[in-house]
Write a protein that binds this ligand. Structure first.
Ligand SMILES: [Zn+2]
Ligand SMILES: [Zn+2]
Length: 116
């Protein structure tokens, strides 16, 4: 299955993807065409951790959304990478929280190993 930017048109309605500004799941021009409800970006805390970023001490904003992995990667700084977000169907840039989560999972599995 071709994904944007190799893919030129929305799989749902046929709109030209380059003209719509954002691409969802690499194939659709809108959440409607992707067949999902749009995430509530106004209610930031309803977004999963990987979909929002902390600004200052306790302020959060939705993460910047990118239409393809290559475009997200071109925006990544040193030590960051692009990852697909299955909540908002776009790509985000970041790393630290993911490494943290992997570490957490590692700890949890150790604990489970001891109790099993
Ligand atoms: Zn469409
Ligand atoms: Zn997201």
């Amino acid at each position: 299955m071709k994904v944007y930017p190799a893919r030129r048109t929305c799989r749902g309605c046929g709109a030209t993807l380059a003209h719509v500004g954002m691409v969802y799941a690499g194939m659709y021009c809108s959440y409607y065409c992707a067949g999902v409800e749009a995430p509530n970006f106004d209610d930031v805390m309803s977004l999963p951790r990987g979909c929002r970023r902390r600004v200052g001490d306790d302020r959060w904003l939705p993460k910047r959304r990118w239409p393809s992995k290559a475009i997200a990667r071109s925006a990544a700084r040193h030590g960051e990478d692009a990852y697909y977000c299955d909540h908002c169907l776009t790509w985000h840039v970041g790393t630290s929280w993911r490494k943290q989560r992997v570490a957490d999972v590692g700890d949890a599995s150790n604990v489970m190993g001891e109790t099993a």
